[in-house]
Design a binder for this molecule. Structure first.
Ligand code: NAP
Ligand code: MG
Length: 403
């Protein structure tokens, strides 16, 4: 079979540890034999980030703006231990944080469903995608512990120096206090990202917050979503046959559990943090979760939702056998290749991505899986395989599908 030709390069962001090992094997076993892989390669492995004073991370994000689609391997976010382990010049920032700041995006996370690994919530048949706003609120807060009686006020000083004050609370004894914010620009870009992603996936969009209690803060989120929907997206949604609605977060929680899935649930930053862990766990496993960062300009960065699987890597280094799940990393590649194919009008590439995903799911559905899934599966005949053999098993099924 002739290899599939790509028109535009993908931005390839290599990473660390076990996922870096898997990265190489995915390319060798499942991509390069079939696709004339065209990538612009950025090594975001910690050693190279350190050598370039983290410039490589910035360059990879800028390249994403140039080409439109990136695929990223999990990377180490250094802490004190890593500074010692890698003899780092500095405790470099989280690459995901740096890339998000440059692309200004929203993170969408969706479970990968396979038969034999059943969600804990009975009615769920289709994926539930969490769209998490990644800026502000309690993640950029200012907090205070109050030792005794006194008055807390909210003060805003405008550019001309004029003050606006509002009492928060008259303390009669010790207590706690917090200030937080968000910006219209960031909420608007969050809304655009959600609407565009819903259109892209042809899925309904729900947005939930607590505007009955937070009549200004959460209400502003609700209004911005509605204004942008009415002015820009209502017709597009009608044409695509999908819907948008807002509901209170407590109502959403009840409806999500009773639903069969198949929609996008947009959440404010903290709600998204909590709800995405709930949804991921209820569906099965973090290694069966896709993650994509979508910018309002329509740049896409695909990754796995999990980390570098450090413990498995140390075992791998000692020459011990590992059984690490590569599905999320593989789906980062298929997501990116399909998007590249779509943007370039290359149906061969889109078709290949579909078949590779199908082969992966079939492998698990036929009972061949990595250790993490064995504990979750209700299939009768399970064969646990090591990290590399799992990819070779997928290849067998891919070859059949392509024949
Ligand atoms: P992790 O790599 O996600 O691993 C946590 C544990 O979850 C693993 O030890 C493993 O459990 C299980 N697990 C995760 N992915 C798996 C897979 N694909 N197959 C099988 N089991 C899997 O998170 P972490 O240990 O907290 O972080 C390790 C490094 O990753 C850190 O340096 C962190 O900075 C980085 N990180 C990067 C990203 C990213 O780039 N997006 C995200 C999170 C963390 P068992 O060991 O019990 O088998
Ligand atoms: Mg969390």
């Amino acid at each position: 079979m002739a290899k599939i030709i790509m028109k535009t390069p993908l931005v390839e962001m290599d990473g660390d540890e076990m996922t870096r090992v898997i990265w190489g094997w995915i390319k060798e076993i499942l991509l390069e034999p079939y696709v004339e892989l065209k990538t612009e390669y950025y090594d975001l492995g910690l050693k190279h980030r350190d050598e370039t004073n983290d410039r490589v991370t910035v360059e990879s994000a800028l390249a994403t703006k140039k080409y439109g689609v990136a695929v990223k391997c999990a990377t180490i976010t250094p802490n004190a231990d890593r500074v010692k382990e890698y003899n780092l010049k500095e405790m470099w920032k989280s690459p995901n944080g740096t890339i998000r700041a440059i692309l200004d995006g929203t993170v969408f996370r969706a479970p990968i469903l396979v038969k034999g690994i059943e969600p804990f919530v009975r009615p769920w048949k289709k994926p539930i995608v969490i769209a998490r706003h990644a800026y502000g609120d309690i993640y950029k807060n200012t907090e205070m512990v109050v030792d005794g009686p006194g008055k807390a006020e909210l003060v805003f000083t405008d550019a001309q120096g004029k003050e606006t004050r509002q009492e928060i609370h008259e303390f009669e004894g010790p207590g706690i206090l917090m200030g937080m914010h968000n910006t219209e620009a960031s909420i608007e870009s969050f809304a655009h990202a959600c609407f565009n992603y819903a259109l892209d996936q042809k899925m309904d969009l729900w947005f939930a917050a607590k505007d009955t209690i937070s009549k200004k803060y959460d209400h502003r989120f609700k209004d911005i979503f509605q204004e942008i929907f009415d002015s820009t997206y209502r017709h597009k949604f009608d044409d695509a046959g999908i819907t948008y609605f807002y509901t209170l977060i407590d109502d959403a929680v009840a409806r999500v559990v009773r639903s069969e899935g198949g929609f996008i649930w947009a959440c404010k930053n903290y709600d998204g943090d909590v709800m995405s862990d709930m949804v991921a766990t209820a569906f099965g496993s973090l290694a069966m979760m896709t993650s994509v960062l979508v910018s309002p300009e329509g740049y896409y960065e695909y990754e796995a939702a999990h980390g570098t699987v450090q413990r498995h890597y140390y075992r791998h280094l000692k020459g011990e056998e590992t059984s690490t799940n590569s599905v999320a990393t593989l789906f980062a590649w298929t997501g990116a290749l399909r998007k590249r194919g779509e943007l370039d009008g290359c149906t061969d590439l889109m078709d290949f991505a579909d078949k590779l995903e199908e082969a992966t799911k079939t492998t698990i559905e036929e009972g061949v899986m990595t250790g993490d899934l064995v504990a979750l599966s209700n299939l009768p005949n399970i064969k646990k395989v090591n990290t590399r053999d799992f990819l070779l098993e997928i290849k067998k099924r891919l070859d059949k599908l392509l024949a």
